[in-house]
Design a protein around this ligand. Structure first.
Ligand SMILES: Nc1nc2c(c(=O)[nH]1)N[C@H]1C(S)=C(S)[C@@H](COP(=O)(O)OP(=O)(O)OC[C@H]3O[C@@H](n4cnc5c(=O)[nH]c(N)nc54)[C@H](O)[C@@H]3O)O[C@H]1N2
Ligand SMILES: Nc1nc2c(c(=O)[nH]1)N[C@H]1C(S)=C(S)[C@@H](COP(=O)(O)OP(=O)(O)OC[C@H]3O[C@@H](n4cnc5c(=O)[nH]c(N)nc54)[C@H](O)[C@@H]3O)O[C@H]1N2
Ligand code: SF4
Ligand SMILES: [Mo]
Length: 793
């Protein structure tokens, strides 16, 4: 067992590139996850933990928000390779105590990657960074809460504080947290959803009246056709492959829309079945459309245009349940096919083949994730996907529907509980009626606006409930400089990350219990609840002894902070909440729509499903009380000569900014992360060579440039003109102002870039700077900027 953390950081000179794998999962997946688990947890703890993962009497996986089968259909091992990695990351026996922080000054930690920081282990005690200090030092919980209360109460307005949430926070903690923030007096509740499915939430709310998936878990298994657009389930939602395999067994067809031929979409070996382990696996996608990055809007318009032309429409559904059909149909009848072919990079025959599969299906589910939402036109594309579903009546009937697949395990639940910078009036009314105070009515800052507020001196205190805000956000240098201006930064965390070392004048790290751990807050076992991608809510209770006796649950942290800040102001039941989370669930039942009888319902094994009017009764609570067809202009994202469109994505060995390891097995990358994937003809066409070191330089509309230094060129099966690299190394390239229209979500997947060989005059300067941890941007050397550290060869 290796309880010792790696002392060495990433050395990109060790990078190896192999041919990419053809099938996902299978025996290698099992072996990889078990090896890591046993290394970091030992055999007994591994067994104890993994057997409780995703079981009705166990805990919810900390990984993604993929739903679980109903309790009677669960396996003993109801998890995937990446679920096991997520658990290992939390249940590791490695520890980061006060001696770690005494040994390593902030200046040194700021040179480390998120990989190195996270691999050090679980934080065991609250830590403080005093004004002007070089090291974090221990602080008592009481001292920490006093410090927070003092800062918050010293602000000239509650709107000078920002309260971020990542998507692992339980429903109980989220409900108490938003109550505290609103009682304190602000709606500044940005969350990771602002960077993730915000385009979905905004688009769907407009056209169907609710920003969530309209499918149940079983709908996936009963569909005749499943479209998977802009999603890499083999890595990011691995158990989805099991569902797809089951659907295929029943005769479903699958279309993958993705610039890359992702391993999980092409072939999948089910590790739970001998056939999966020994054979060639199931061919998942019947048709793969290698769309150009950002070509989806045009593609979905073209598919609808073809169906419309051939009369494959559900006229009864359109007549009875929709609004705006005629204007939309007219727009599509005049569709400019030259634009479609340019934008998608596909042939008309390929698009016709997909349209024929849609025509042949009476029940279609359309799934999507970040490949759709993280673009300037993300909201428009989500609405165009919805148009296609409406056209064939594929919503509100078994085996059909819209399926945005969520990221973090409880990101959807957090929003349901009120973590939202733009809360609807009825939610605030319910809070007022239940708790007897008037919540603020003005919208708060989302993630982008929060960075702007710190940059412009309008915000002073940053509180992060989980997550790693500075690494996850766009425009790393701008974001880091902005957060450094804060008076106080506080992070409720399980493991060290970059947001701890890019700090305000004073900073706190508050160590929280993880989901795999026993929560004995109030002196008795507590459980929490979560919601998955299909609106199913269920309980979660961890089996393990906490990583340290000093950890507090997120609920405890929120309630104690509320007492330290608000005192008895508003007379809110913080002590009762903390003593028994049932009290919180009783209030959720009275405030949150669809949650009546909450505590009793989550008692049932497997929990309950929240109401969803379009799914349940084809009722659409929109402005028109119907499903709304919307018209969006067909557009081609213009990429100047010699430039490429960059998408930033996840490797197989990371969970967002948490880097589990350095292999992206399915894409053939080992021991490194600074790679940039290019079509072989683009490599030649742009005058580069495979394996060459290049800087990636992004070019933004206002003439500004941003640089991420020294990436290896790797030839890859990606459309011409489209390139890809991993996040968060590339976040410095995404301008803060580059975001989706309507949702303000950073456009992480359409970045216009050029590559510069390291050794070009400017590039060599930047490489030297990079080696010393700083890089000058194109506006001049007076602006030395920090970059995520790495090694150069
Ligand atoms: N193991 C693991 N699991 C995770 C995560 C993780 O980091 N690791 N993160 C979690 C979170 S928070 C989220 S949001 C989800 C993310 O899940 P995904 O959305 O699958 O994540 P990405 O790696 O960003 O992959 C996006 C996919 O979209 C494709 N793509 C890029 N641009 C375009 C485009 O313009 N059009 C189309 N059609 N496709 C495009 C990429 O090739 C890639 O296959 O996963 C969750 N689960
Ligand atoms: N370029 C680019 N940027 C992106 C994306 C992209 O595709 N490309 N994707 C975006 C997306 S979809 C998302 S969701 C965001 C993710 O943004 P975040 O949610 O902010 O980031 P994570 O990396 O998931 O957060 C990891 C940290 O959470 C803490 N943590 C882990 N478990 C717990 C827990 O149980 N409790 C508490 N309190 N803390 C815990 C650990 O300290 C860990 O360091 O990034 C976004 N950024
Ligand atoms: S599919 Fe997602 S939720 Fe399920 S075990 Fe894997 S990582 Fe966890
Ligand atoms: Mo996400």
């Amino acid at each position: 067992m290796s309880r010792k953390a790696p002392s060495k950081d990433i050395d990109e000179r060790d990078l190896e590139v192999e041919g990419s794998a053809h099938a996902a999962a299978g025996v290698t997946a099992v072996a990889v996850s078990m090896k890591r688990a046993i290394e970091q947890m030992g055999v007994r703890r591994t067994a104890q933990t993994l057997l409780k993962l995703n079981q009705a009497d166990g805990f919810d996986c900390q990984g993604c928000a993929w739903p679980d089968p109903s309790p009677e259909h669960r396996h003993t091992a109801e998890f995937c390779e990446n679920g096991a990695k997520a658990v290992t990351e939390e249940a590791t026996l490695r520890r980061v105590g006060p001696e770690f922080f005494a040994e390593h000054p902030i200046a040194e930690l700021a040179e480390k990657t998120d990989y190195w920081l996270g691999q050090q282990g679980r934080i065991t005690e609250p830590m403080v960074l005093r004004d002007g200090a070089t090291h974090y030092e221990p602080i008592s919980w009481t001292g920490a809460f006093e410090l927070i209360g003092r800062h918050l109460n010293g602000l000239s307005s509650p709107d000078e504080a920002v309260f971020y949430t990542s998507g692992k926070t339980s429903n109980e903690a989220a409900f108490a947290y938003q109550l505290f923030v609103r009682a304190f007096g602000t709606n500044n509740l940005p969350d990771c959803s602002n960077m993730c499915h915000e385009s979905t939430s905004v688009g769907l709310a407009e056209v169907i009246g609710i920003g969530k998936a309209s499918v149940s878990f079983d709908d996936v298994h009963n569909a005749e056709l499943i479209i998977i657009a802009g999603q890499n389930p083999g890595t990011n939602h691995p158990r989805m492959l099991t569902s797809l395999e089951e659907a295929k067994k029943k005769g479903a067809k699958i279309i993958a829309i993705n610039p890359l031929k992702e391993a999980g979409l092409v072939r999948f070996k089910n590790p739970q079945k001998p056939r999966g382990v020994v054979g060639n696996g199931t061919g998942i996608a019947d048709l793969h459309l290698p769309v150009r990055i950002n070509g989806d809007l045009a593609l979905f318009q073209a598919l609808s245009a073809l169906l419309l032309e051939a009369g494959h429409v559900d006229q009864d559904f359109i007549d009875e349940y929709t609004h705006g059909f005629d204007a939309w149909a007219e727009h599509l009848r005049a569709l400019d096919w030259d634009l479609v072919l340019q934008s998608t990079g596909l042939t008309r025959a390929e698009i016709e083949e997909a349209a024929a599969m849609l025509a042949a299906s009476k029940k279609t589910v359309i799934c999507w994730a970040m490949g759709i939402t993280q673009h300037r036109n993300g909201v428009a594309t989500v609405k165009e996907i919805s148009n296609l579903a409406f056209l064939q009546g594929n919503i509100g009937k078994p085996g059909a529907g819209l399926f945005p697949v969520r990221g973090h395990s409880n990101v959807q639940g957090d929003r349901t509980m009120g973590i939202w910078e733009r809360p609807p009036g009825h939610f605030l009314d319910a809070l007022r009626d239940e708790f007897g105070f008037e919540p603020p009515r003005e919208n708060g800052y989302d993630a982008v606006a929060a960075v702007q507020a710190f940059r412009d001196g309008k915000a002073k205190v940053f509180f992060g409930m989980g997550g790693n805000f500075v690494s996850a956000m766009s425009d790393t240098n701008v974001t880091e400089d902005a957060l450094r201006k804060a008076d106080l930064t506080v992070h409720v965390s399980t493991k060290p990350n970059r947001s701890h070392v890019v700090h305000g004048r004073e900073a706190l790290i508050l160590p929280a219990l993880g989901r795999s751990e026993k929560d004995l807050t109030g002196g008795h076992p507590q459980r929490v609840t979560v919601e998955d991608s299909v609106c199913s809510v269920h309980a979660s209770q961890g089996p393990l002894k906490p990583a340290s006796p000093h950890l507090k649950s997120e609920v405890d942290i929120v309630c104690t902070m509320a007492l330290a800040t608000l005192g008895e102001r508003h007379d809110l039941p913080w002590r009762a909440f903390r003593d028994d989370y049932t009290e919180i669930r009783r209030r959720i039942a009275r405030v949150v729509p669809g949650c009546a009888g909450y505590d009793e319902k989550v008692d049932q094994p497997g929990g309950f499903v929240l109401p969803h009017p379009p799914r349940d009764t084809r009722t659409f609570p929109t402005e028109k009380d119907k499903a709304i067809f919307t018209v969006s202009p067909t557009e081609v994202l213009h990429v100047p000569e010699g430039r490429l469109l960059l998408q930033t994505m996840r490797s197989h060995d990371q969970f967002n900014t948490t880097i589990y390891g350095l292999d992206d097995r399915y894409r053939g990358i080992k021991n490194g992360r600074r790679v940039v994937f290019l079509h072989p003809d683009d490599i030649v066409g742009l005058g580069f060579e495979e394996g060459q070191l290049v800087d990636i330089v992004s070019e933004w509309e206002d003439g500004s440039e941003r640089r991420a230094p020294s990436f290896r060129v790797v030839s890859y099966d990606t459309p011409r003109g489209c390139t890809g690299a991993y996040y968060p190394e590339t976040n410095a390239l995404v301008p803060l102002d580059s975001k989706a229209e309507g949702s303000n979500q950073p456009a992480f997947k359409s970045v216009v870039v050029r590559l510069e060989a390291c050794g070009d005059s400017r590039a060599s300067q930047s490489a030297e700077d990079a080696a010393s941890g700083t890089v000058g941007d194109a506006r001049g050397d007076e602006q030395k900027r920090h970059v995520q550290p790495h090694h150069l060869s």
